[in-house]
Design a protein. Structure first.
Length: 61
């Protein structure tokens, strides 16, 4: 039985930026013959410092 290579990508929102990342990852995986699995979600117990930092970065884009 032949095993295929699989790659996973986790995104936290369906923003335009994340959708472009997904499209690019999907195209790259197709070219390389890799199966892509996209997960929607986030950490069960997020690091508060990281969350505050990323919220700050999103607010200042």
């Amino acid at each position: 039985m032949e095993h295929s290579i699989k790659a996973g990508l986790m995104i936290t929102s369906a923003s335009d930026y994340n959708m472009e990342i997904c499209r690019g990852a999907n195209e790259a995986c197709k070219e390389l013959g890799i199966e892509l699995v996209i997960f929607f979600g986030g950490s069960v117990d997020p690091n508060v410092e990281f969350v505050q930092s990323s919220d700050y970065q999103k607010a200042n884009v």
